[in-house]
Design a protein around this ligand. Sequence first.
Ligand code: BES
Ligand code: MN
Ligand code: ZN
Length: 494
Amino acid sequence: MPFTTSLSDVTPESYTGPLLIALLPQGPLPSSLAALDAKTAGAIARAYASGDFTGKRDETVLAYPAAGPSRVLLVGVGKEPTRAALRRGAGVGAKRARLLGAPTAALACPAEARAVVPVGEAFQALAEGAAQGSWYFGEMKRPPEDPKPPFISLEILRGDADAALAARGHEVGAAIGAGQLLARGVQVLPPNVLTPSRLAEVAGELAARHGMPCTVLDRAGLEREGMGAILAVGVGSAEEPRFVALEYRGGTGAPVVLIGKGITFDTGGISIKPAQSMEDMKYDMSGAAAVLGAFEAFGRLRPKLNVIGLIPSAENMPSGTAYRPADVVKTHFGKTIEVVNTDAEGRLLLADALSWARKYQPAAVVDIATLTGAIGIALGQVAGGVMGNDPAFVQEVIAAGQRAHERVWELPLWDEYRELIKSDIADVKNSGGRLAGSITAGWFLKEFVEGYSWAHLDVAATAYTDREDAALVKGPTGIGVRLFAELVLARAGA
Ligand code: BES
Ligand code: MN
Ligand code: ZN
């Protein structure tokens, strides 16, 4: 059953379900929870008095009061309860609820805990965070003897917040949360299940659910359209490549185009990767998943804007039919590429998609890709990289990432870097070597951009995590869904 949140007028002190989660700022017990404290015979005040709970970020205390809800979970959101802190607090609460085996719970976020955040943004963040925290993928495990019930729903208590603002914020956050869950559910699938053709089917199912037109090119279609770069990457695999174009029509003007890298597995091809962590390369379709997740949110929220989603997808395999280092490939754009490393395959897929995007005469184009290991060397798992051809648009994307707390940091596309991808035989080569690896990848993409504002997001180090934390399990993060939603909703004036 899919996880859902709802907004509720129940007060914390009258809630009697299995678990009440209370988000609390650092400092004294908020006076608005005095009634809950009284109802639970002082259980909350005692947690503070004992010193076990102070409201620090990620701090939790679980109490079993004699009256009121079966359990009360106090979650600290820290000194400055920002939008990101509330999102995280809701995530910590939801993850704990799932681990406790509570099928349902309620979340109280008293006014004191959201003092610095506008009401709509606060309730949006709570819904987003709760969805993220609830996520777990157990579908491929044999059912245990005594399964804990899944955590399926969370009531978010409105408290004294403005009803209309809270409702709208919650609606937006719930739709984005559903998009994030969809993205993570696609990211996590193993590469023998999520092939390029299956990825295209998932896009088709999403489109059908929301009444969106969806076009899929198979190998023959890619040949007909001259998509030589996508074809080259896919030619070594028994699985055919695909190219998906999703259309969301909510407005009248030029569309925003979102492009997501959809490599369902990246072995590196003939320039094969080492075995160590190669299994993580199932996440090389995380850009595609971000586009799908964003479209799930658009389908639910119907923003007044046109948005196109493009997903070039292939499996990068070594074989007797695979493309090889030294091959020269003719792209959809018309430029030729010298392949010097078959592991720099993502930029080939994106080259054809960026060229294709010109058809829509877009207002702006953003691509998102797990493109380079180098981006993790530059920025770690804290931020993604952004590059582009229009400073104002890059700033718009950075600001969307800031609101979403999916932060991106700009790297320069200075002319000097272009030298590194000069080819002796073709218009450009697909790798510039180790130095400035993320920038030369960005420069390569820029060669296929023409006539529109463009930003490139490199999320290779933020698309999945190998560290379990208080709010997030190991595995896919759904990166990009929130950023895309913020970008599009702001442009739509919503
Ligand atoms: N999919 C990888 C990038 C990647 C690396 C994603 C680590 C997630 C974690 C991409 O296709 C790739 O292999 N890039 C190469 C480029 C190089 C050959 C120029 C890289 O980063 O090493
Ligand atoms: Mn690669
Ligand atoms: Zn790749």
